[in-house]
Design a binder for this molecule. Structure first.
Ligand SMILES: [Zn+2]
Length: 116
């Protein structure tokens, strides 16, 4: 029955998302306690769950996992975050202090509404 299968998949996915959230919180806690190695394990687990269940890691979580060493990054502890305003865009530069990885995000301050 395809319907039940779909329901099951949805269940697995929501369970995966829930687990990712929990792991992320535990990871943040680990970083706060200075246990970087543990935070890396949690970050790695989040990636593994996402790959196995084939779900995207929620943006609010993915943003705080280092892509290079997969440690959970917490601004002010093991990451430096700088913002830069450039016209309408806000650039956020995150630097992982564990491996030195730098990532830049761009936030649009105004959502595009018709304008090019
Ligand atoms: Zn890193």
């Amino acid at each position: 029955m395809p319907r039940t299968r779909k329901k099951l998949e949805a269940l697995v996915r929501s369970a995966a998302l829930e687990r990712m959230n929990i792991l992320f919180m535990l990871g943040v806690e680990a970083v706060r306690c200075g246990n970087i190695e543990l935070a890396r394990r949690y970050g790695d687990l989040i990636y593994r769950i996402a790959m196995r269940v084939r779900v995207k890691i929620p943006r609010n979580i993915k943003r705080w996992i280092c892509k290079k060493c997969r440690v959970i990054i917490v601004p002010g502890i093991n990451a430096k975050v700088r913002t830069r305003r450039d016209g309408k865009t806000l650039r956020v530069v995150t630097r992982c202090l564990t491996c030195g990885w730098i990532h830049r995000y761009e936030f649009m301050r105004c959502r595009r509404s018709g304008e090019a």
